[in-house]
Design a protein around this ligand. Structure first.
Ligand code: NAP
Length: 487
């Protein structure tokens, strides 16, 4: 580790953050955090268990009534200050994120800015929570509509966007007046702990947020989801785990927001601007090393441009520099672990076994980390396993189609429905296909849809609810109606 790297790791408190205090795990246990590009151990972090989870819940439950009563402007200003602190420390926080997650430093900096923007957006929303007043249709009563915080929340986040997936939940929860317990992914606890430090400095009162890294997620989450004091679960992660958590949430009939897996189709029509389509495909595929729920998983190119598109995409993918994300000029980091790399290889082998050809890449990279080379596969049969499975790696399979109907049918032939991408210059087709695609979001002639000011989320097995945009705060508010008679 360089001096800067050692310094940013040393700056983070490695203990649990419970009810405004930093403390060791009740059991005294710790676990190691690794750099996925070197497998070097970065540090040890406290490993939370059931007792710690219950202590965090006690704190959240205690703090809820007074936190719900704080002035919206006060909550807004805490978020503004946290936004400012994140941006002030963007460089150090990005180094920390790259160390634990592996993404190139430029992307980590981009994620800090994206993460901070959720705080700025929800600082603006905190003071705009509106209710209503109206007259009943028969004129005999009045309806007063109130919006109130749902109460203490359980937040569970994945490792692929260690900071932004946290702020996307914490921002609206703070704005709405909810307290919360955050369980980050075990691979990337440091960004979440750093975030707790930032929010404390920004003036977040004790008990509003607790952060519990753990190697035993069930030990932390199950007791809380089964305890009537938690009123909401907001989860980002795989569909398989999301399903399990939905079952666990049924017992206490929790409000749930589920940001789950994706299998994004990327459609390129013959009439597309090919330069823009290749740029868009690079972004949609390679952002975050392909480890994004929004990653283009299946690229459908119309037969007139399929060959040229594949060649141009291969040239761009083959030229990418892979390595440790903190090294100068690196554009592709390692995958998160060996399991992820083995899965990618299995999917590539399956497609090649069915007749796909490898235009570039096709195997692991060099070095001790979990590297996989940027890969383009052409002539991928529709029946390949990677058409139905989230790849979560730097592999771009190109499938060829003839007609618009065939492309839409293939795009929708999945249980997932997070995002799709569409490149065409025909306005009618753009609108027709955007309407027909069964996804919560569509990138029309653009390869990135994530934006704190827009409603992010999926349909089908990709999830429930939306994060960001005007509706993001709704997920953390209950609507109460007071019927007023005798007027
Ligand atoms: P994951 O295995 O589902 O883990 C996500 C989180 O759930 C982690 O904090 C994990 O903790 C926790 N978890 C795992 N098993 C649990 C259990 N039995 N009870 C309670 N918590 C549990 O997903 P991942 O591999 O970290 O993330 C990748 C997935 O997230 C992909 O499918 C991706 O598409 C999806 N994702 C979706 C979005 C979206 O907005 N739709 C955004 C980003 C990622 P541990 O770390 O301890 O296992």
């Amino acid at each position: 580790m360089s001096d800067q790297e050692a310094r940013v790791v040393a700056q983070v408190d490695k203990r649990l953050f419970v009810g405004g205090e930093w403390r060791d795990a009740d059991s005294g246990a710790t676990f190691e955090v690794e750099d996925p590009s070197t497998r070097e151990v970065l540090c040890a972090v406290a490993d939370a268990g059931k007792e710690d989870a219950l202590a965090a819940l006690d704190a959240a439950h205690r703090a809820q009534p007074s936190w719900a009563r704080t002035a919206p402007r006060e909550r807004s200003e805490i978020l503004y200050r946290a936004y400012g602190l994140l941006m002030e420390r963007q460089e150090d926080l990005a180094v920390l994120m790259t160390l634990e997650m592996g993404k190139p430093l430029a992307e980590a900096k981009g994620e800090i800015a994206y993460a901070a923007e959720f705080f700025r957006w929800f600082a603006e929303e905190a003071v705009r929570i509106e209710g209503g007043f109206s007259t009943s249709p028969d004129g005999k009563a009045r309806f007063l509509i109130m919006r109130q915080p749902v109460g203490p929340c359980m937040l569970i986040t994945p490792w692929n966007f260690p900071m932004a997936m946290g702020t996307r939940k914490i921002g609206p929860a703070i704005a709405a007046g909810c307290t919360m317990v955050l369980k980050p992914a075990h691979q990337t606890p440091l960004s979440a702990l750093a975030l707790a430090g930032v929010l404390t400095e920004a003036g977040l009162p004790e008990g509003v947020l607790s952060v519990l890294p753990t190697t035993d997620p069930g030990a932390v989450t199950e007791p809380l989801l089964g305890d009537g004091r938690i009123r909401k679960l907001s989860f980002t992660g795989s569909t398989a785990v999301g399903r399990k958590l939905l079952e666990q949430s049924a017992g206490q009939v929790l409000r749930t927001s589920m940001e789950l897996g994706g299998n994004a189709p990327f459609l390129v029509f013959d009439d597309a601007d090919l330069d823009a389509a290749v740029d868009g495909a690079m972004l949609a595929k390679m952002r975050n090393i392909g480890e994004a729920c929004t990653a283009a998983n299946r690229i459908y190119a119309q037969s007139g441009i399929a060959e040229e598109f594949s060649e141009r995409l291969s040239a761009r993918m083959g030229a990418l520099r892979m390595g440790r994300g903190l090294d100068e000029g690196v554009e592709v980091g390692p995958l998160i672990d060996d399991k992820a790399r083995d899965k990618v290889q299995r999917l590539v082998d399956d497609a090649v076994g069915r007749g796909a050809s490898v235009l570039v890449g096709g195997g692991p990279g060099d070095g001790p980390g979990h590297f996989y080379r940027p890969t383009v596969l052409a002539n991928v049969p529709f029946a390949s396993e990677l058409s139905t499975t989230e790849i979560f790696g730097p592999v771009a399979p190109v499938l060829t189609f003839e007609t618009e109907e065939e492309a839409v049918r293939a795009a929708n032939d999945t249980e997932f429905g997070l995002v799709s991408y569409l490149y065409t210059r025909d306005l009618n087709r753009a609108l027709r296909v955007s309407e027909a695609l069964e996804t919560g979001m569509v990138g029309l002639n653009q390869g990135v849809v994530s934006n704190p000011a827009a409603p992010f989320g999926g349909v089908k097995h990709s999830g429930l609810g939306r994060e960001g945009g005007r509706v993001g705060i709704d997920e953390f508010l209950d609507t109460k109606y007071v019927g007023i008679g005798g007027i």
